[in-house]
Design a binder for this molecule. Structure first.
Ligand code: ATP
Ligand code: MG
Length: 194
């Protein structure tokens, strides 16, 4: 059995000693979201208060990680209209992105979290659905007032236009695709992709 008291003590201790990181998981290879989930699982094990907000996945869907998060006490909000933006309605995509970002801002500003993951925020930014300067300004202001808050942003398509965000970050990891089963005709599978 884990020593809950020890973990609780560590959480209090953690608030004093931790330097919050801004982490970006990007690239075309698989593993951006799952790496973020891995860190959430690790942090939750330390008694840290964590949440993930998902921009693009359909709010009507349940994924494997949602079931696991329930068991681990990790909060998750899935706000998107579906992975492919198949609404074909840019104004709707912008509206959904703005609503989702508003929730991110609320969660950051409330000061109750140790770690927040904004899944696919980088993808949304690359499409110009949110203003990158406004997003950076908000993140910077939150990190000034909460220097121990960890933030993880995921999504492919980080290009030169996002250099400002890369400059702002402490950790940037690019997943590179060497091989993906999709190219061999193997589609998304339960437990691996969702
Ligand atoms: P994961 O959620 O598995 O960690 P990811 O977050 O790195 O993946 P996304 O960009 O969010 O990847 O893509 C969503 C899904 O698309 C992933 O589950 C991934 O397996 C799949 N995918 C990634 N690369 C390809 C590709 N080249 N062709 C088809 N599907 C792909
Ligand atoms: Mg992903």
């Amino acid at each position: 059995m884990p020593d809950q008291k020890r973990y609780k003590w560590r959480r209090d201790d953690y608030r004093e000693k931790t330097r919050g990181l801004l982490m970006l998981n990007t690239g075309d290879g698989k593993g951006k979201t799952t790496a973020a989930i891995g860190v959430l699982v690790r942090a939750a094990g330390r008694g840290m208060h964590c949440a993930m907000i998902q921009f693009m996945k359909a709010k009507t869907d349940r994924y494997g990680e949602h079931e696991s998060f329930d068991k681990l006490g990790i909060e998750v909000h899935t706000m998107g209209d579906g992975f492919t933006w198949d609404t074909n309605d840019k104004s709707q995509d912008i509206k959904t992105s703005e609503e989702t970002w508003a929730l991110c801002v609320e969660k950051m500003r409330c000061g109750e979290y140790d770690m927040l993951v904004f899944d696919e925020l980088l993808y949304v930014l690359s499409y110009g659905f949110l203003d990158i300067d406004a997003v950076i300004a908000e993140i910077r202001s939150v990190r000034e007032t909460q220097p121990n808050l960890h933030l993880i942003l995921t999504g492919r398509n980080v290009d030169n236009a996002m250099q400002k965000l890369i400059d702002e970050a402490d950790l940037v990891t690019e997943m590179t695709e060497i091989k993906h089963p999709f190219h061999a005709g193997i589609f998304a599978q339960q437990g691996i992709e969702f």
